[in-house]
Design a protein around this ligand. Structure first.
Ligand SMILES: O=C(O)CCC(=O)C(=O)O
Length: 272
């Protein structure tokens, strides 16, 4: 049984992104949403908006430039069993594996990006590569699981079509800014918005350029990004570096130079 059509595969390969409709049922979304709200109010960081001088290009209202808010937290399955089920859900994992054309797939990380009403933070155009660089940006797929309907008003995700074909791009980095692409060369007006419904998943390559605008609405825009990679795709640094992920499809192939450093692994020296 196929989870994505040939047309969807072709679109993804060409454009670098794709919306998968209703991967999660309304009942699943309701439970994920309820448990996520508990995490948001009890564990998450409400001061996670990306910083940097690029903000003034993305926030029209000067009084909001310093006010914008983003609620974030990593690894939702450490907080909620519904989320533990979500990251291994066969309909999601199989669709990602088909798009990557692989029969082995490893979970890498999950990250919540929740934009509160009225002041939800924008994201400057960037690739995800600077955050968790991998040797091959086409053997890594990020999946944005939508908990709310997202549209232009709430700051839905935008992509620069075909940008994954550019490979790894040099980003502006530094202590006072989140990694991003130069705002004069990478213009938000050249991107396409991908509105999505709660339960939809929007997928894109590690090298696809993306970003989003301020949430100007009176609604939340909650998205959880779930990263999946081919287990042979070597990580070069950043988030979750050195941490093996759970296998979500197939058996991990033995790769020279990729260690599986699981605490308690029988192959590790005994702790005293
Ligand atoms: O949540 C968004 O609007 C953007 C998220 C993003 O840039 C990312 O997950 O890398």
């Amino acid at each position: 049984m196929a989870y994505v059509s040939e047309e969807q595969k072709q679109f993804f390969k060409d454009k670098g992104f794709l919306r998968l409709e209703q991967v999660f049922s309304p009942e699943e979304v309701e439970q994920l949403s309820e448990e996520l709200d508990y995490v948001i109010y009890n564990f998450a960081n409400w001061d996670s908006a990306w910083r940097g001088p690029w903000r003034k290009e993305y926030v029209d209202d000067p009084t909001l430039v310093e006010q914008i808010k983003l609620v974030a937290i990593h690894e939702l399955h450490h907080y909620s069993a519904a989320w533990a089920r979500a990251i291994i859900k066969p309909e999601l994992v199989e669709a990602v594996a088909e798009l990557m054309e692989t029969d082995v797939l490893e979970y890498h990380h999950s990250t919540l990006h929740a934009k509160p009403p009225g002041e939800g933070a924008p994201f400057p155009l960037h690739q995800d590569d600077p955050f968790y660089p991998h040797e091959d940006g086409l053997l890594y797929i990020d999946a944005l699981l939508h908990l709310d309907d997202a549209d232009e008003e709430t700051g839905c995700i935008h992509f620069l079509p075909e940008s994954h074909k550019l490979g790894r791009l040099e980003h502006i980095v530094g202590p006072d800014t989140a990694p991003h692409l130069p705002v004069d060369k990478f213009r938000f007006e050249n991107t396409v918005g991908v509105p999505a419904k709660a339960g939809d998943v929007v997928v894109f390559y590690l090298w696809t350029v993306h970003g989003s605008a301020v949430n100007k609405s009176n609604r939340w825009r909650r998205i959880v990004r779930i990263g999946y990679r081919h287990p042979a795709n070597r990580q070069l640094g950043g988030q979750a570096m050195g941490r093996p992920g759970i296998m979500v499809k197939g058996v991990r192939p033995k790769i020279e130079g990729i260690e599986v450093n699981v605490y308690g692994n029988w192959a590790q020296p005994a702790r005293v």
